[in-house]
Design a binder for this molecule. Structure first.
Ligand SMILES: *[C@@H]1O[C@H](CO)[C@@H](O)[C@H](O)[C@H]1NC(C)=O
Ligand SMILES: *[C@@H]1O[C@H](CO)[C@@H](O)[C@H](O)[C@H]1NC(C)=O
Ligand SMILES: *[C@@H]1O[C@H](CO)[C@@H](O)[C@H](O)[C@H]1NC(C)=O
Length: 360
């Protein structure tokens, strides 16, 4: 009796141990947070996800947006098989409005949804989502409060401070028109750099950036480019540098390109970043380095050199693998930006259902 329970215990311990070991091993080869569930879950999404679009009346058609990422998301969605005309089979409701809609018009739109359809009241908007590049701030209007607090917001990355609610909201990766691979032109790849930074002179570079970039510009291991350099030069530098530097407060639109060309992104940031695209899909700590703004050039170099010695190639490989999720396509491709944003919506479909007053 004692012997058999001991063996059961031993079996249990060994089982747990091998489970722990196997997940630990899986983690090293995958950029995903849940490598075993993401693919079956994604397949299930492709076959079952249904979205009902709630459009405002009397708006000009087509709906116009200020950024290519928003437009691409919109057209990809409306032309996809995910849209349903039957709201009763919808998992989520898309509250549709153009970029230039005033907060008053948005409030009116939500009020109309509340009065005319039974779906808003069921969850007070928690199974609804909307797209707003700059995000919606805190407003006093009841309709906007419910939209902001309950509905899933899709904003552009990076989203202004205070306009993003972690775990609920998601961001669109920026659209970047760079070709997907190096052209077949004669490219001199013998020069390699530890770090590459492309500066945008006119974007109000912060003080910490200017002084850091100044310190790095004399270092032969770093290449400092300007926005004036041509696309090919830029791509060759991405491909021939180990790390690409980004200042979160200034410009992070090139992170996807860096990942794709095998340049590990180094994001220099004042605090933790909560609005990274695909934050609940990808293990960002495995594909990018995050460094505080207070660090000088010397300390930054230490961090990079340490990363080079410990796990650099793995990081680079996982980043290249994950880069497919940053790519926007005119016609959507599997696992591209459109489908991955959609996957994040799908993962949020189990909206919190608020109890109706009558039930309490
Ligand atoms: C939703 O609830 C509000 C009260 O909060 C009510 O005025 C409205 O008629 C309800 N909508 C529907 C479609 O029943
Ligand atoms: C390539 O670049 C390296 C370093 O800048 C230089 O020494 C070499 O001569 C270049 N090769 C060609 C073929 O241009
Ligand atoms: C590049 O920098 C120049 C000079 O600072 C500026 O006039 C131009 O608008 C910038 N271009 C882009 C694409 O940011």
């Amino acid at each position: 009796m004692a012997k058999s329970s001991l063996s059961v215990l031993l079996f249990f311990i060994l089982g747990t141990l091998s489970f722990v070991l196997s997940t630990a091993v899986a983690d090293l080869t995958s950029p995903y947070l849940s490598p075993t569930t993401i693919f079956p879950n994604y397949q299930k999404m492709l076959h079952t996800f249904r979205i009902f679009i709630c459009s405002p009346q009397n708006t000009k058609n087509p709906i116009s947006y200020n950024t290519p990422a928003e437009s691409l998301f919109h057209t990809s969605l409306v032309n996809s098989p995910f849209v349903t005309q039957n709201p009763n089979e919808a998992h989520l409701f898309f509250v549709l409005f153009p970029s230039d809609f005033s907060t008053r018009s948005i409030a009116r739109l939500v009020r109309d949804l509340r009065m005319e359809l039974p779906y808003w009241n069921r969850t007070l908007g928690a199974d609804h989502f909307y797209m707003s590049c700059a995000g919606i701030g805190y407003e006093s209007d009841r309709n906007l409060v419910e939209l902001k607090k309950n509905s899933i917001q899709i904003s552009c990355f990076p989203t202004p401070y205070g306009k993003f609610i972690p775990h609920k909201d998601i961001t669109l990766p920026p659209f970047n028109p760079l070709p997907h691979s190096l052209p077949q032109a004669p490219v001199n790849k013998t020069a390699t750099f530890l770090g590459y930074f492309r500066s945008y002179g006119d974007r109000g570079d912060g003080e910490s950036q200017s002084s850091l970039v100044n310190d790095l510009s004399g270092d032969p291991e770093f290449v400092i480019g300007s926005n004036a350099s041509d696309q090919l030069t830029h791509m060759v530098r991405l491909a021939s540098s180990k790390f690409c530097l980004f200042f979160y407060a200034v410009d992070v639109s090139g992170i996807g390109d860096a990942l794709r060309f095998g340049c590990v992104p180094v994001v220099i940031t004042e605090g933790p970043i909560q609005d990274l695209p695909f934050l609940d899909v990808i293990r960002w700590s495995e594909i990018a380095v995050f460094v505080g703004t207070g660090r000088g050039a010397k300390e930054l170099k230490h961090v990079l050199e340490r990363t080079c010695k410990d796990g650099y190639e793995r990081m680079r490989g996982l980043g290249m693998k994950a880069s497919q999720h940053w790519v926007w396509n005119e016609s959507p491709q599997p696992y591209d930006a459109f489908h991955t944003v959609l996957f994040q919506l799908w993962s949020r479909r189990h909206a919190i259902r608020y109890a109706r007053r009558e039930w309490v």
